[in-house]
Ligand binder design. Structure first.
Ligand code: DUT
Length: 492
């Protein structure tokens, strides 16, 4: 089969939902990220997982991997110093990988592929740039031994003799998707919290940060020289994609996804003293030691933000991801952390678009409001988790908005120890949904996006202007953020 044909549309296979919710343009709803693109983006993002390990060997590129079973994510991995992503997946999932779909941020090497194929996986999709055993590094090394090319050949041989479908799955973004992601990323709670609490903050910071990310990710995930890219595609068996219009389409799809990733990544930025901190000053010292490094917390929150673009709620997209930290370091590039589950807010599995009401609480008739039907992001993450939550381990949930009163007891009851979240809705009581219990919640550590309270203290913020978590004039901030947080298309 031609590789160009392999960039098929898989949405129908996985979404279990009517088409109208996919496109946005048909019904005027917000656009939605396809599952294939979500998995691909998460694999790229896993390649960027902040690791404390020493650099990888030059020729072997760090690789991100998403393991999917029945269209549900069951593993998020990245290479470690000693092991490739595919090897790690094999160690962690073993024969449970049978019939799984794997999404790699680079074409895996033969050492990984032979084991994965042997485990009976269903499909292996990879990002079509420089493979795991770098051809780019080899091309620029005059002393090269030709091993990368040899490996690429072996991979092709394994591919053609295997039952698994080894292919490139990239889909063009649906209409308005990029605009929507740009708008909602800038207006998301995290950026708006900074904008409203930092007198000197202007949008330039956000856009500069985004430009930097785009450059950085293009360097990493795109082969800048088109001829070189074509050569790589030829070597890895994608010669059918080297002709136009396939080649230019492929590069455009890749650029769009990189731009989307950079945009979402910039929405949880490394800005001054902002991060996920404990709101209760009495607990700061006690809890501080147990909190995650900020860059890891930000990384997981970006995963949750990506998931939110799969929402089925017309207005408010929410994403949640659960990670645990084991007692000792695992073989994964994520250190002791391992993936438990993830989700986004959506109507019950298997329902069709018109089965349930979609209205919000502005609708007078309470019977046709969405709230009694939509399953929350945290609820889906808990329901479809692939690992048990162990009471002796530190399990944490990352949610793009404050967990509501329905979800708070579920999170606590499930044995989750830490919540990383936005707090824009905290203390709000709406007609059908309330956010009162989060503040009162005890026995679970809460880390919300704010300026480091210790730094705020050192910087000498006026006491009368601060609340306990170090934020200024909360009423104004909350109201404006509330206005901005909606995932609606606005004037598109
Ligand atoms: O912990 C939570 C809380 C809410 N949601 C989802 C459920 C629902 O799909 C949406 C509700 O969001 P919100 O409270 O913002 O209500 P809204 O009616 O969408 O917006 P508004 O703030 O204008 O009332 O968010 C979650 O997934 N997890």
């Amino acid at each position: 089969m031609k590789e160009a044909e392999q960039m098929q549309n898989l949405e129908g296979a996985g979404a279990g939902r009517s088409v109208s919710t996919q496109t946005g343009s048909v019904t005027g709803q917000m656009p939605r990220l396809s599952k294939v693109n979500l998995f691909t983006l998460l694999s790229l993002w896993m390649e960027l997982f902040p690791t404390v390990e020493k650099k990888q060997k030059l020729q072997v590129k760090k690789t991100g991997l998403v393991v999917v079973k029945n269209m549900k994510i069951v593993g998020l991995h990245c290479s470690s110093e000693d092991l490739h992503a595919g090897q790690i997946a094999l160690i962690r999932h073993g024969s449970k990988m049978k019939n799984c779909d794997l999404y790699f941020s680079r074409k895996p090497c033969s050492a990984c592929l032979k084991m994965i194929v042997n485990a009976g996986v269903n499909r292996i999709s990879y990002w079509p740039a420089d493979p795991e055993i770098s051809l780019l590094t080899e091309a620029s090394n005059p002393l090269s031994t030709g091993d990368a090319k040899l490996d690429a050949k072996a991979v092709e041989r394994l591919k053609s003799n295997s039952r698994a479908h080894v292919c490139v799955l990239l889909q063009p973004l649906v209409c308005y998707m990029m605009q929507f992601v740009e708008e909602t990323s800038y207006k998301c709670d995290f950026i708006q919290r900074i904008a409203k609490t930092q007198p000197g903050f202007n949008s330039d910071f956000y856009f500069e940060c985004k430009q930097e990310r785009i450059k950085e990710y293009e360097m990493l995930f795109l082969v800048s020289n088109e001829e070189m890219h074509k050569q790589i595609l030829m070597t890895i068996g994608l010669e059918n994609l080297c002709e136009n219009p396939y080649f230019s389409n492929l590069r455009q799809n890749m650029k769009d996804l990189i731009l989307l990733l950079a945009t979402v990544a910039s929405s949880v930025p490394n800005f001054k003293h902002f991060g996920f901190y404990c709101s209760n000053p009495e607990q700061i010292n006690e809890i501080h030691n147990q909190s995650l490094p900020q860059e890891i917390a930000r990384h997981c929150m970006v995963q949750a933000r990506l998931l939110a673009y799969r929402t089925e709620d017309h207005k408010t997209g929410v994403g949640a991801v659960i990670w645990a930290e084991g007692k000792s370091k695992t073989c994964d590039g994520t250190g002791a952390m391992y993936f438990i589950g993830c989700g986004y807010n959506a109507f019950p599995v298997g329902s069709e678009y018109a089965d349930f009401p979609h209205m919000d609480d502005k609708q007078k008739d309470r019977e046709i409001r969405k709230f009694r039907y939509i399953v929350h992001a945290e609820q889906n993450a808990l329901t479809f988790r692939c690992q048990e939550i162990k009471p002796e381990e530190r399990t944490m949930i990352f949610v793009t908005k404050c967990p509501c009163d329905e979800c708070v007891p579920l999170i606590k009851g499930a044995g989750i120890k830490q919540i990383y979240a936005g707090d824009v809705d905290v203390g709000k009581k709406k007609a059908d949904i309330s956010y009162m219990r989060f503040e009162e919640l005890e026995g679970v550590s809460k880390f919300t996006w704010q300026q480091n309270p210790t730094e705020a203290h050192i910087l000498g913020l006026n006491e009368s202007e601060t609340i306990e978590n170090g934020l200024k004039t909360p009423e104004l901030v909350d109201e404006e953020c509330h206005q901005n947080k909606k995932l609606c298309l606005g004037n598109h």
